[in-house]
Design a protein around this ligand. Structure first.
Ligand SMILES: *Cc1c(COP(=O)(O)O)cnc(C)c1O
Ligand code: SF4
Length: 341
């Protein structure tokens, strides 16, 4: 028998990244067994996964340490009993997205830039995600309803930048991305395309020749905002994906979420900034956790967060210190988190 992997990729085959995504681990039992971890908490994990299913690509699992239940990559994706606790102050729509909807998948909160929920799909399910309860089915700009979003963008000359978000916009096929950007390019006041994506980190296979051809061909100015939270997420495959994206003309930034037990030390944050710049990526935002229900166990107090930023500033060049921000519903921008006087 010939192993499937030894055959060349046939033109009619789905791209390798789609195969890798289809092959992602969705069963907590399988993840625990891959990592040689104790399975006694499995019933609670399965209960937590019922609300928001587990999803983690195998290449990301390969960067986890076997036998370490506190691995910082594992903790981002493994459903746990803590998610089932209801905590006062942790709600289903912490950032007011439902109030900012303009319909057709457009969110308009800030001047000059509009965010398009291009798809609800992600390549990984992050347990702390603030959109874990977002009604994507109602609000996603699917191929059928892009028209409405495009019409709104065309009618508003104040919009200079369109942010593709989600979900993860790179879940869309190259063909659909290209349909979308062709339409955006035709709107004269749109100058910049921003893509918020975690896929080059969790599924670097996504950054393939087809995607790079598409990106290189988009005549708008391009900014790609990645999402990595820990230095160990950035291995050689991710560095290559970042280099390729930069070579296609994109400016690369990163946003992280400050997560208890994962990256809430000056050392972890410092290592992350160093790993990012080594891959050609500048740290942009460090978000304090949005208070979404099911994620209270990841929360870090603001005073602790401010101390961490001070410690970072004392050891790194200024351009490697991310801006510490919170998203406050109704504010005209992300809100800087500072020490209360
Ligand atoms: C976070 C966000 C943006 C981007 O904000 P920047 O400060 O420009 O990075 C834009 N629109 C919406 C709706 C957002 O939530
Ligand atoms: S990739 Fe982003 S949108 Fe998707 S689950 Fe993770 S944090 Fe949420």
């Amino acid at each position: 028998m010939i192993a499937a992997t030894s055959l060349p990729n046939q033109p009619q085959d789905p791209p390798r990244w789609q195969q890798a995504l289809a092959d992602a681990i969705t069963d907590p039992a399988e993840l625990l067994s891959e990592l040689a971890l104790d399975a006694s908490a499995l019933p609670a994990m399965k209960a937590a996964a019922r609300d928001f299913p587990m999803l983690v690509p195998r290449g990301f699992v390969a960067r986890m340490r076997r036998g370490d239940p506190s691995d910082p990559l594992l903790l981002q994706v493994l459903p746990t009993a803590a998610e089932l606790l209801l905590q006062a102050g942790f709600v289903t729509d912490p950032v007011g997205d439902l109030d900012s909807r303009r319909g057709d998948g457009l969110l308009q909160k800030y001047a000059g830039r509009s965010l398009l929920i291009a798809t609800g799909a992600c390549a990984v399910h992050c347990r702390y995600c603030f959109r874990r309860h977002f009604p994507y089915d109602e609000e996603t700009a699917s191929i059928g309803s892009w028209q409405g979003a495009l019409e709104q963008l065309a009618a508003d000359p104040s919009v200079q930048e369109v942010i593709l978000s989600g979900g993860d916009p790179l879940s869309l096929s190259d063909r659909r991305l290209s349909q979308l950007t062709t339409a955006l390019q035709a709107i004269p006041h749109i100058k910049r395309l921003r893509i918020h994506t975690r896929q080059p980190i969790v599924l670097p296979e996504r950054v393939d020749a087809g995607l790079l051809d598409w990106l290189a061909g988009v005549p708008l100015q391009k900014v790609v905002v990645l999402h990595a939270n820990h230095a160990r997420e950035i291995d050689g495959t991710v560095v290559k994906a970042c280099r390729d994206l930069a070579a296609s003309g994109a400016t690369l930034l990163n946003q992280s979420v400050l997560l208890a037990g994962i990256n809430d030390t000056a050392e972890a944050l410092g290592d992350l900034s160093e790993a990012l710049i080594a891959a050609g990526v500048l740290p942009y935002y460090l978000h304090v956790l949005d208070r979404v229900s099911g994620a209270s166990h990841f929360d870090v107090q603001e005073s602790v967060a401010c101390d961490l930023i001070d410690q970072l500033a004392a050891r790194l060049p200024g351009y490697l210190v991310p801006k510490l921000v919170r998203e406050v519903p109704g504010m005209p921008s992300k809100t800087p988190v500072t020490k209360s006087p």
